[in-house]
Write a protein that binds this ligand. Structure first.
Ligand code: HEC
Length: 157
């Protein structure tokens, strides 16, 4: 009788999983929107490690090149030489010369107040791409520009 699984209701492990994932979700939400929102300096280091950072590889770099061709080429040029937006293969960086800073710049864009040239850049160039895609594009740019300090967070494998 008690061996009949239909009489046992929901098994405990399932309840544990269900409420466990709710709790983890709630904690993450508080962490990201409550705790981290108050700490921009921590955000700069923790958020990039929470987003999916791809492993730097030739395959990822060539995906980045394709994405660059869709999202960035119109303003930065086919050879990253610059058009409306600045040259990305020289050693002059207005907004930082390391990947962590450049990543933030691409994700947020540059408002009129932040702009050095007087031209604005929309967030992610106005393209509908993921944060992971931005890393891929950045790895492509880094592969073409030795002046960028390669300090991207190392993804866990
Ligand atoms: C609509 C035009 C436009 C698009 C699309 C665009 N950008 Fe920009 N980008 C700009 C402009 C303009 C600036 C310069 C902002 C300034 O004057 O400070 C800029 C600045 C930058 C910088 C900072 C350069 C520095 O010297 O610090 C990087 C890096 C960058 N863009 C990368 C990208 C990437 C990657 C993409 C594609 C996802 C992209 N941009 C798409 C217009 C654009």
């Amino acid at each position: 009788m008690s061996n009949n699984p239909t009489e046992k209701g929901v098994p405990n492990w399932l309840l544990f999983l269900f409420f466990g994932s709710l709790a983890v979700g709630a904690m993450y939400s508080v962490f990201k929107h409550g705790f981290l929102a108050e700490q921009p300096r921590l955000q700069a280091y923790i958020i990039p490690t929470l987003v999916e950072v791809p492993q730097r590889s030739d395959a990822v770099i060539s995906e980045g090149e394709k994405l660059y061709g869709q999202a960035c080429v119109a303003c930065h040029g086919a050879n990253l030489q610059g058009l409306v937006g600045p040259n990305l293969v020289d050693a002059e960086w207005w907004h930082g010369d390391n990947e962590q800073k450049i990543y933030k710049g691409i994700v947020n864009g540059f408002s009129a107040a932040q702009s050095q040239s007087g031209q604005i850049m929309p967030a992610k160039g106005g393209a509908n791409i993921s944060d992971g895609d931005v890393w891929k594009i950045l790895f492509y740019i880094s592969s073409k520009n030795g002046s960028i300090k390669q300090d991207a967070p190392i993804p866990e494998i």
